[in-house]
Design a protein around this ligand. Structure first.
Ligand SMILES: *[C@@H]1O[C@H](CO)[C@@H](O)[C@H](O)[C@H]1NC(C)=O
Ligand SMILES: *[C@@H]1O[C@H](CO)[C@@H](O)[C@H](O)[C@H]1NC(C)=O
Ligand SMILES: *[C@@H]1O[C@H](CO)[C@@H](O)[C@H](O)[C@H]1NC(C)=O
Ligand SMILES: *[C@@H]1O[C@H](CO)[C@@H](O)[C@H](O)[C@H]1NC(C)=O
Ligand SMILES: *[C@@H]1O[C@H](CO)[C@@H](O)[C@H](O)[C@H]1NC(C)=O
Ligand SMILES: *[C@@H]1O[C@H](CO)[C@@H](O)[C@H](O)[C@H]1NC(C)=O
Ligand SMILES: *[C@@H]1O[C@H](CO)[C@@H](O)[C@H](O)[C@H]1NC(C)=O
Ligand SMILES: *[C@@H]1O[C@H](CO)[C@@H](O)[C@H](O)[C@H]1NC(C)=O
Ligand SMILES: *[C@@H]1O[C@H](CO)[C@@H](O)[C@H](O)[C@H]1NC(C)=O
Ligand SMILES: *[C@@H]1O[C@H](CO)[C@@H](O)[C@H](O)[C@H]1NC(C)=O
Ligand SMILES: *[C@@H]1O[C@H](CO)[C@@H](O)[C@H](O)[C@H]1NC(C)=O
Ligand SMILES: *[C@@H]1O[C@H](CO)[C@@H](O)[C@H](O)[C@H]1NC(C)=O
Length: 722
């Protein structure tokens, strides 16, 4: 592990250096005079802009060729390049937790209009305004006067209006990226005249209407086509032969089907094909053979494809790294030829009608990281050979018919973060998840027939956030070590609602600001006995604690779910500054508590202020409990209505409060350092904003995922050494 960490640091450093070189502006040969009219054009452009970070502070004086982001021709002095891409969008990838999670690049955004004065830069070859806050009500038409323009990158702004036909006059254009804007209307056919165009990115806009053969008429150099996430219909004839040989095609959310697009057979160089939610039907075997054997990334999920996955898919597509066929109507078994694919790192066959057993041929030489099979009709045991997949980070088998004992070796997969085997027929004891499965964040084994006790090793799961063993036959006490290994209480929040975008330069940016603190322990409907461990009261971010339907006895710990926790979090907010979004104070901790149907006794603590406190169903079915919200009055109490809050014995003591504060003071740094990298990777794979991966080409995806994974380890090391 140590040498691996070294490697990771080197890797991160390398990224940094590469980026520094790439984005630094060299001063060599700055001895040119800039053209006055072009300088005026830039100043006019700058004039209306908001620039909170003073990115354009160098834009003063005569020598505009030295201005930040500007590059001139050495001989004639004309401006050739204007690169105002958001520099903080790079940081989001390679830099650390010091970024604002909600929108890391917001602070560096330039805002305002894209004024027509830029049309004066007649020699401009490269214009990049990506990931800023430029807004236009109409799509600027002056671009058409930039006749030498080769690259126009406007991705990630607020550009609206429809694409002007005149854009088709930019005959030198090689890269056009309008993705992640609010561009509407139909795509003009004139785009099909851009015979030098190599990359076309229109994804994530509000485009609609039909895309026909005319739109591609002259695009003989196109290698990358992405028009996904609009409302487009692709209407080409069944005999169409595209003029291009694309490497990557993304037509997700476009209406392509119902027939298989025959023209794909002509794309012999295709490595990435993404056509999820493209209204395609028919038998998958009829056409899977016809697409390029160079294919690396294949995503045809969420269609209406039926039939069996070809048995020899692993032979026909030897370079496959990602296989997503989920959300179709596929039948039959999982081909064992998948075991031959050493580079395959993700398989998602969820939500189909697949049946039979898992192949047993898994080998240590494989690099599979994510294996999703939920919602099928698979059965049989989990083969032990699955544990040969040492890099596995996610395995989801929920809602199938698997049975037998869960192999113990699953608990020694050190990178496993998400393991969901819920809703099957598994029997036997829980594997000893713990020291050797330190990466586990989600462990869901509910709705099986597991027996035996909760293994004490579980206390060693440092990062666990969601644990469910509900609806099994688990016996014995709840180990009271739960948090003090640094476990649940120290874990990090999950980021949800993130959206990541990538442009053609291959750097990604994190958007969105939904943060959810997501914690759950569900041990309900088992046969656990003993007392509720006092430690549960220190699980500060616990949202859901369900101990219902067990055989627990004793008193309810007095300050469980106490709002004091929230106050201590507010305290620590200062330390964490930008890492914690303002919404956090409105969160409900322990908003779902359920202790019903046990053998608990004594007074229900009144020190908490939970939303659930008034719900008697939380405490129902415990004969010995008394006090509000149950109607049973505790011995010695006055009837309800008077002095309900006077039960001083149940208030947390000063000492408890101090412990909370101290606890949080310690939590701060680890929390800040840990959660971006770790949780974003988790998020990406958990709820998988499809758009994230759709927007990426294969090489970029590999890069980003590797970066993320590197960050994860890097940060952990960092945290540990702290
Ligand atoms: C680059 O040019 C700027 C302004 O002309 C100057 O301030 C800076 O020192 C120069 N840097 C180098 C490395 O020459
Ligand atoms: C740079 O400009 C100065 C005058 O401003 C001139 O004397 C010198 O020759 C120029 N150097 C080059 C390399 O063009
Ligand atoms: C972007 O511009 C819009 C108005 O056009 C404004 O409401 C928003 O706050 C700006 N966002 C940032 C991050 O500057
Ligand atoms: C598709 O194109 C054909 C021939 O150009 C045309 O007849 C048909 O109406 C088009 N369909 C749609 C949905 O645009
Ligand atoms: C499928 O694509 C349509 C647009 O064509 C979109 O409205 C819909 O939300 C998409 N469905 C999914 C599941 O992404
Ligand atoms: C496609 O592959 C052929 C060889 O199979 C190669 O000559 C050609 O350059 C490739 N085209 C592109 C756009 O990569
Ligand atoms: C899936 O296939 C089965 C039979 O093969 C059929 O009954 C069912 O309607 C199909 N479901 C969908 C959503 O097409
Ligand atoms: C895998 O399949 C599930 C559907 O069961 C889906 O929700 C998830 O987004 C898929 N993951 C990826 C990465 O496509
Ligand atoms: C638990 O064990 C009892 C008795 O052996 C059995 O009747 C019940 O079905 C089991 N429950 C589960 C969820 O396996
Ligand atoms: C708690 O568990 C019981 C039994 O498994 C279930 O019926 C109930 O919905 C759960 N409540 C919560 C809040 O999760
Ligand atoms: C619950 O625990 C008591 C002893 O604490 C025991 O007598 C009883 O049998 C247990 N009930 C079940 C259902 O296990
Ligand atoms: C608690 O769990 C019981 C089942 O054990 C369920 O009936 C009740 O609705 C749950 N209460 C809450 C608030 O979830």
């Amino acid at each position: 592990m140590a040498s691996y960490d070294g490697l990771v640091s080197t890797f991160l450093w390398a990224i940094f250096v590469v980026q520094a070189i790439e984005f630094g502006h060299s001063n060599a040969s700055t001895n040119v005079s800039c053209i006055g009219a072009e300088r005026e054009a830039l100043l006019k452009f700058k004039h209306g802009l908001t620039d909170p970070l003073k990115r354009l502070s160098s834009w003063t004086g005569e020598e505009c060729c030295n201005w930040g982001g500007v590059k001139c021709d050495k001989k004639i002095g004309h401006i050739l390049q204007l690169d105002l891409r958001n520099p903080c969008a790079e940081d989001a990838n390679a830099e650390d937790a010091n970024v604002d999670i909600s929108a890391p690049s917001d602070k560096c955004k330039l805002g305002g209009n894209i004024v027509p004065s830029l049309g004066e830069l007649k020699y401009l070859e490269f214009l990049d305004l990506s990931i800023n806050n430029f807004s236009t009500r109409k799509f600027p038409t002056f671009f058409a006067s930039l006749q030498k323009l080769e690259y126009l990158y406007l991705s990630g702004n607020l550009i609206s209006g429809s694409i002007p036909s005149s854009l088709g006059e930019l005959s030198s254009l090689r890269g056009l990226d309008l993705s992640y804007n609010k561009v509407s209307g139909t795509i003009p056919e004139s785009i099909g005249r851009l015979s030098n165009l190599r990359e076309l990115h229109f994804e994530k806009n509000l485009l609609y209407g039909t895309v026909s053969e005319l739109h591609f008429e002259n695009l003989k150099n196109l290698i990358m086509l992405d028009i996904s996430s609009n409302e487009l219909i692709l209407n080409v004839s069944s005999t169409w032969v595209p003029p291009f040989q694309a490497l990557e095609i993304d037509l997700s959310d476009c209406k392509v089907g119902p027939e298989f697009p025959r023209w794909l057979q002509t794309q012999r160089n295709l490595t990435n094909l993404i056509m999820s939610n493209a209204s395609m039907s028919g038998d998958i075997r009829d056409w899977l053979y016809d697409i390029s054997s160079n294919i690396d990334f294949l995503d045809i999920s969420v269609n209406m494809l039926r039939g069996q996955i070809p048995q020899d898919i692993g032979d026909k597509m030897p370079r496959l790294t990602t296989l997503r066929l989920w959300g179709n109507n596929l039948t039959g078994g999982i081909p064992s030829s998948l075991c031959k694919l050493k580079q395959l790192d993700e398989i998602n066959l969820s939500k189909n009608q697949l049946s039979g057993r898992l192949p047993r041929c898994w080998k240590a030489s494989q690099n599979l990281e994510w294996f999703f099979l939920e919602d099928n009709k698979l059965n049989g045991q989990i083969p032990k050979s699955l544990c040969h997949l040492q890099l596995l980070m996610g395995l989801s088998l929920q809602r199938n018919g698997f049975s037998g004992v869960i192999p113990n070796c699953l608990s020694s997969l050190q990178f496993m973060m998400i393991l969901d085997l819920s809703d099957n027929q598994f029997t036997g004891r829980l594997p000893p998840f713990g020291k050797h499965s330190q990466s586990l964040v989600v462990l869901n084994l509910e709705k099986n027939h597991l027996v035996g006790g909760i293994p004490p090793q579980l206390c060693q799961l440092r990062d666990i956030q969601v644990l469910s063993l509900a609806q099994n036959n688990i016996t014995g006490p709840i180990p009271n070590c739960f948090i003090f290994s640094g476990g649940i209480g120290r874990a990090w929040p999950l980021i949800t609602g993130l959206d990541v975008m990538v442009n053609t330069k291959g750097t990604s940016q994190i958007y969105g600001n939904g943060l959810a603190y997501f914690f759950s322990i569900d041990l309900s409907a088992n046969m656990l006995d003993g007392q509720i461990p006092e430690e549960f009261t220190r699980l500060l971010q616990l949202e859901n604690l369900n101990l219902s339907q067990n055989n627990l006895s004793g008193h309810i710990p007095s300050n469980i779910g106490d709002l004091k926790n929230l106050e201590s979090l507010d305290l620590s907010k200062n330390e964490l500054s930008s890492a914690i979004p303002s919404g956090i104070s409105s969160m409900d901790f322990l908003s779902h508590l359920n202790l019903s149907f046990n053998r608990l006794s004594g007074r229900i603590p009144s020190g908490n202020h939970l939303r659930t406190v008034d719900d008697e169903s939380v405490y129902r079915g415990n004969d010995g409990l008394c006090g509000a919200p149950l109607s049973k009055i505790c011995p010695g109490d006055q009837p309800a209505g008077t002095g309900g809050d006077a039960s001083s014995g149940d208030k947390p003591s000063e000492g408890d409060v101090d412990i909370h504060n101290w606890f949080y003071a310690g939590l701060g740094p680890g929390f800040t350092v840990g959660f971006l990298g770790f949780c974003s990777i988790l998020h990406f794979k958990r709820s998988w904003r499809v758009s994230y991966f759709r927007a990426m080409d294969g090489a970029i995806e590999k890069f980003s995922m590797t970066t993320m994974i590197a960050m994860l380890w890097f940060k952990r090391t960092f945290r540990q050494s702290e």
